[in-house]
Design a binder for this molecule. Structure first.
Ligand SMILES: *Cc1c(COP(=O)(O)O)cnc(C)c1O
Length: 439
């Protein structure tokens, strides 16, 4: 094991004053073992930990960074904006420019309101959907994550659409009493009590799970029939799968979108948008209240604009092509080692690696040889329970490649991850997996 004494000491200090030492639970390494590395700086595809080790970083702030760390265009935009003042509580030009940039790229998204996180975006989209339709129920899918607001913290795996039970202590049953949870990739029945269906059009919080053919269109049709709104939570996929995000990629248009991560260029930003007749239910035009002291913050809009302006169609194509070549090669080296070592699941079935690739995202599942691609939360849970991800994670980290510290996360290659970085990742993975399965 690589020695990380400085990080360990900081983690000790952190645990005294921050619960669990982290400000977001996955960072704690709880599900992969060991303690987190503290990051002292990042540049492009790499971060340097507090112990001075360079790591090839596939976390990229869980997708908030698509150009790579400390990209010169973003650094310049943020420092120029900071010099002009960081927040005013009055409208600024940057908000208009970022909203225009979002609406210009996402077909059917006529208006957006800026907020400060993906959580706020999803929470507010639900509120506006309820206010617009005058209905209370929300339907979400097991394994999809929409931030940590009370009403959306339901959704552990369940076989059929059921009324939600809270996923967290502190969320009263009443807060999720109007939240229905259905299995991903099955079009649920919805009735006229449902205000909206919210979905990750490409699911990226249970590993990477693609929508099966007809699923998104089926949701569109079911919503139209019931008079419910369709909400795509594109906090990960927006401006990442391509300029038009998942809706552009799938050719299915929701009524509302949630954005975050990429559009903030590494600063705290979210947005929700969609049809202007729906968005104009918001105060001050309509009766749905929603607000924010730092919403549309000048630093955040400057960073977001710099990113969107740097990412043209060619950038997306280059990045997607690179990852499309890499994914199958990674699956092959991992599977080869798993088979050679005879690694099996609890039922004695030989495991292989699945590396789903969607646009520039890739995921990692471990499933019995020959099984269909993981297509829902139950499959993702079965993969995580093999424990292979956690072992591979530690073994890769020891060799200087940082995957996300949890089996339900996806990998976020950035524009700075060139063929050299991806080739090196393959070499490291083929060594690391041998070690991981021997442990
Ligand atoms: C990250 C994420 C969120 C929550 O965004 P935060 O900025 O962490 O609040 C919501 N939805 C999806 C799909 C996400 O991946």
């Amino acid at each position: 094991m690589v020695d990380r004494a400085v990080s360990a000491a900081w983690f000790e200090r952190a645990r005294r004053v921050i619960p669990g030492g982290v400000n977001s639970p996955v960072r704690s390494f709880r599900s992969v073992g060991g303690h987190p590395y503290f990051v002292s700086r990042g540049e492009g595809a790499y971060v340097w930990d507090a112990d001075g080790h360079r790591l090839l970083d596939f976390v990229q702030s869980y997708g908030a960074s698509i150009l790579g760390h400390a990209h010169p265009a973003v650094v310049r935009a943020v420092s120029d904006a900071a010099a002009r003042g960081t927040t005013f509580g009055a409208p600024t030009e940057g908000e208009v420019l970022l909203a225009e940039a979002i609406c210009a790229r996402v077909e059917g998204c006529e208006q957006v309101r800026l907020v400060s996180s993906g959580t706020e975006a999803a929470m507010s989209a639900i509120r506006v959907a309820r206010g617009f339709t005058g209905r209370s129920r929300v339907l979400k899918f097991a394994g999809c994550y929409h931030g940590h607001s009370d009403g959306l913290l339901a959704g552990g795996g369940s076989g059929v659409a059921t009324l939600g039970l809270p996923d967290s202590a502190g969320v009263p049953a009443a807060a999720v009493a109007e939240t229905l949870v259905a299995p991903y990739n099955q079009v649920p029945e919805i009735d006229d009590r449902v205000a909206c269906v919210i979905v990750e059009a490409v699911a990226a919080n249970m590993g990477l799970v693609a929508p099966e053919s007809g699923f998104l269109q089926g949701l569109r049709d079911a919503c139209d029939a019931a008079g419910a709104l369709l909400v795509f939570d594109e906090v990960i996929t927006g401006f990442r799968l391509g300029e038009g995000g998942a809706s552009g990629w799938a050719g299915v248009r929701p009524d509302l979108w949630c954005f975050g991560k990429v559009i903030g260029g590494g600063l705290p930003v979210g947005a929700f948008g969609g049809r202007s007749d729906v968005l104009e239910s918001l105060a001050p035009v309509g009766p749905v209240y929603q607000a924010g002291t730092l919403s549309g913050n000048p630093l955040a809009t400057a960073a977001g604009l710099a990113v969107l302006e740097s990412m043209g169609p060619l950038s997306y194509r280059t990045l997607c092509e690179r990852v499309a070549r890499f994914g199958p090669a990674l699956a092959a080296v991992l599977t080869q080692a798993l088979v050679k070592a005879g690694i099996e699941d609890d039922s004695g079935r030989q495991l292989e690696a699945q590396v789903p690739v969607m646009g520039p995202l890739f995921g990692l599942f471990f499933a019995p040889v020959g099984s269909a691609p993981v297509h829902d939360y139950d499959g993702a849970v079965a993969s995580a329970s093999t424990g292979v991800y956690a072992r591979l994670f530690r073994s890769m980290l020891d060799r200087g490649v940082a995957l996300a510290p949890g089996p339900y996360e996806v990998a976020f290659p950035s524009m700075a991850h060139g063929d050299a970085e991806l080739d090196r990742t393959l070499d490291v993975a083929s060594e690391a997996i041998v070690d991981a399965v021997a442990r």
